[in-house]
Design a protein around this ligand. Sequence first.
Ligand code: ATP
Ligand code: MG
Length: 431
Amino acid sequence: MKISSFCLPTFKEVPSDVKLKSHELMVRSGMIRMETSGIYTWLPLGLRVLNKINNIIIKEHQKLNINHILMPTIQSAEIWKKSDRYNSYGAEMLKIKDRHAKDLIYGPTNEEMMTVIGSNVIRSYKNFPISFFHIQSKFRDEIRPRFGVMRAREFIMKDAYSFDLTLEDLKKSYELFYNLYLNIFNKLGLKIIPVKALSGEIGGDLSHEFHVICESGESEIYLDGNSENIDTKKINYDFFEKNYFVSTTDYAEEKKMNTTNYTKLSSIELGHIFAFGDKYTKKLKFIINTPDGNINPLMGSYGIGISRIPAASIEINNDSKGIIWPKEISPFDLIIINLKPNDENCFKFSDELYSKLLSENFDVLYDDRDERVGVKFSDSDLIGIPFQIIIGSNYLSENTIQIKNRKNGKELEIEADNVIEKINSFIDDDK
Ligand code: ATP
Ligand code: MG
């Protein structure tokens, strides 16, 4: 993408009443735009990040044969009345009336709808176990929408639902999602911690949240000193179930845990998984005939706050100049900065390099604008692309260009031949 055609509305000024660094940087880098309180447009730069996240999440779910679907955002109030959540969900639920005075809602979550769909599309006990996921906008009329997309009213969630016939199998599904989540967050470049949690509104017994530790986070967790020895990459969930190395503060309170040896830390919740059994299949009358009789299938639900992830990542990875993207979810792999766009030689070299990198399957942003050097550098640092390739006066005088690592500031002056090879090895050095 050439910046001359790219919609990149950057700002120098810090927007007023913005409290979080991530919120400031997302607005200043032109990733998002608030339309009305808690409701955002994702501009091209921001949407690229969301798409990177979605692609990783979709791929990892599909590897495990989880069915990809898309449910509507608007739901009938009827199914929520049947599950007894129409009133109990409270003021966060946006209720709507259509032209025939029928009650509808903008879905804050999809357990009810998924149960109804399951009862229609899962025809035989032989189809179990089976799981579904989708990526969709949710609406929760948060009392204080703030911090940008970190706590929005309309936000994007990946929610998944598992269906099993026995408790044993439900635990297996739960464990599958638990490990899938560790894997996904790892692939998103985030240091995630699974946290023993209360199951809240959704109900049930088994529940974990997935948090990143962050001083400005709104959540609080307890971390046991012993937890440092745990390899959280892939474990049996039973292990965490029995050893509350990390828990939400709510959980610790509810279970009257002795937290003397625990440290209280601020964090950001990025995911939440529950196993709630037959709570909804009973109320919504999803019954399956099996050789052992009629059964209400057992369900679990598994959410990731997709639109909160870019904010959380920025909250953790930034400096005084702007965002520092981890490679995994960066909107572009690298940026070419042509400091002399009006010089024929610099233009030709930059243009050719851009084409070559594209043909090597790099996601490239190309600053081909006729702008001041200062503006180019400050925009580039602000939007935080991991690698910068700088073409300027040294190309003309010495046939060299520069590669720079946004994160650690490491710079390398290279001869302007076999550049792709050199770029590849510079990127590899960062691993
Ligand atoms: P929180 O405690 O932060 O309000 P929650 O417990 O209400 O979150 P869940 O119902 O577990 O959220 O939803 C799954 C995920 O969706 C959360 O882990 C979080 O990452 C994300 N999420 C929830 N509410 C919002 C929101 N208002 N804005 C952005 N993301 C959200
Ligand atoms: Mg939660």
